[in-house]
Design a protein around this ligand. Structure first.
Ligand code: SF4
Length: 208
């Protein structure tokens, strides 16, 4: 008999106070895995599991019901990495982080894109070494692009704009992704794209 096609799914516990999973979530997750199945834990707070193609919809629904967020694995915008919101959800902008994640996670891009959010300038969520980084400073948001944590060409992101209101932040991130999608080469990371395409040219195109 032909082996069923397996589809990778990226799951995590969603945005909250720290990266935590409940026993109920783990039991639900286990019901889709064989005893010797391998689960990959990525550096991006996601677990990659493989599910039979014809069970993807059912698995997605059940995992979401158990409180997981479920994303596509591959060259998409990953779920937003966040800090632990140690000073409180509202003060540190958790609703904005959730909304931003809902808008961008799963969008198609030339290469896997890692966005990060942090609720204050202490920057525990490491926004400056991810492709797109957001820092909440007082009542406003700063957007950084082009950070890269790995490789000998590792670098911090560059401030694209500060003083952003939530709606301005969502729109600017969307526009950045659109410029990258339209002009990025296949498998070209955001950091490489920004240096090849030009930071100033990006700003011009984004009208900022
Ligand atoms: S970035 Fe700020 S709010 Fe977030 S965990 Fe660190 S200190 Fe707390």
């Amino acid at each position: 008999m032909k082996n069923p096609k397996m589809v990778p799914l990226a799951v995590n516990g969603g945005i909250g106070f720290g990266a935590k999973l409940t026993p109920r979530q783990l039991i639900t997750l286990g019901s889709y895995l064989d005893e010797d199945a391998e689960v990959e834990l990525t550096t991006f707070q996601q677990l990659i599991i493989k599910v039979e193609e014809d069970k993807v919809q059912q698995a997605t629904e059940e995992l979401k019901y158990a409180g997981f967020s479920v994303y596509k694995a591959g060259n998409y915008v990953k779920s937003l990495r966040t800090c632990n919101f140690c000073k409180g959800a509202e003060v540190e902008g958790m609703p904005v982080a959730k909304e931003l994640n809902d808008r961008i996670a799963g969008q198609e891009v030339p290469f896997t894109l890692r966005p990060a959010y942090t609720g204050c300038p202490n920057a525990c969520g490491e926004p400056l070494i991810n492709d797109i980084g957001v820092i909440k400073r007082d009542e406003h948001f700063e957007l950084y692009i082009g950070g890269k944590a790995v490789g000998e060409d590792a670098q911090t992101g560059v401030l694209l704009k500060d003083g952003l209101e939530p709606e301005e932040l969502y729109e600017l991130v969307d526009n950045v992704l659109e410029v990258y999608r339209k002009n990025g080469r296949k498998r070209e990371r955001m950091a490489k794209f920004v240096s090849r395409y030009g930071f100033d040219k990006m700003k011009q195109e984004l009208n900022i």
